[in-house]
Design a protein around this ligand. Structure first.
Ligand code: IPE
Ligand code: IPE
Ligand code: MG
Length: 241
């Protein structure tokens, strides 16, 4: 899908800072993830209120397996609780749950809850709630290349069929618009293997606030900053000609 104007269709979040948020309060890190999961619904609702079409949430990266097992298990448990609690609201909103990443390595219970959410919402088109779980950008691109190569091997495609649009159809985010705005909370200035293809022309904002404190008011401020940005897509603006 082409990007050509400022309209905010797809916002991606790197929900960072849960651990530091907890540590600052003298709490175990996993309670930061709990507070982080509790933040999601307010930001989701604000996306709907703002007429945004899609949100992507970085919930667990392929690199996050390097964390202690108990932290990882707590995080999956809180995500499970989130979906169980909010699925009816998501259905009511006619929002479609999408998953980016290989969830087969997640605990069976977590997989079940997520697959159930995807299944129940798969025909909805009002909004796309894309949860990135065991997601890695490099792994996603390798997966897409492999899927294409297999189709070439089977004689369904020729190497010269490959275009940017066709390549996109093998990504987890197939059919979603490219990311317009990336928000990474908690002040780190990097993308940590998040949506490298989809972010190619995104605007980046890095609020200092840790994710568990990121409110809809702060989100609105980010949207104001985004609206003031001048997206050129390699061209020059009318007034600059
Ligand atoms: C983000 O918060 C959530 C995940 C990576 C799962 P962190 O847990 O990375 O929080 P900090 O960066 O340690 O504060
Ligand atoms: C990125 O945050 C992953 C998620 C928010 C899920 P990390 O906290 O894992 O990233 P690094 O390690 O600081 O790059
Ligand atoms: Mg972090």
């Amino acid at each position: 899908m082409e990007q050509s104007e400022n309209k905010l269709l797809h916002v991606a979040f790197i929900m960072d800072g849960n651990g530091r948020w907890a540590k600052r309060r003298g709490l175990p890190r996993h309670l930061g993830h709990k507070a982080g999961c509790d933040r999601i619904i307010e930001i989701y609702e604000e996306c709907l209120a703002q007429g945004i079409l899609a949100m992507s949430l970085y919930a667990f990266s392929t690199e996050n397996w390097n964390r202690p097992k108990s932290e990882i298990n707590h995080l999956f448990k809180y995500l499970e609780i989130f979906f169980k609690k909010e699925i009816n609201r998501i259905i009511r909103d006619k929002s479609c749950v999408r998953v980016s990443g290989d969830i087969s390595r997640l605990p069976k219970k977590t997989q079940k809850v997520i697959i159930d959410a995807v299944e129940k919402t798969k025909d909805f088109t009002n909004f796309y709630f894309n949860i990135c779980l065991n997601y890695g950008g490099k792994a996603e691109i390798v997966r897409a290349a492999t899927l294409f190569a297999k189709e070439v091997e089977e004689g369904k495609r020729k190497p010269e069929d490959l275009t940017e649009d066709l390549f996109e159809s093998y990504l987890y985010t197939a059919g979603l618009p490219p990311v317009d705005l990336l928000i990474r909370t908690s002040g780190e200035l990097r993308t940590s293997n998040y949506l490298p293809w989809q972010l190619a022309y995104a605007e980046f904002i890095f609020p200092e606030t840790p994710w568990p404190d990121f409110t809809k008011e702060e989100f609105r401020k980010c949207i104001d900053i985004y609206n003031d940005r001048n997206r050129r897509f390699g061209s020059i603006n009318e007034k600059e000609k």
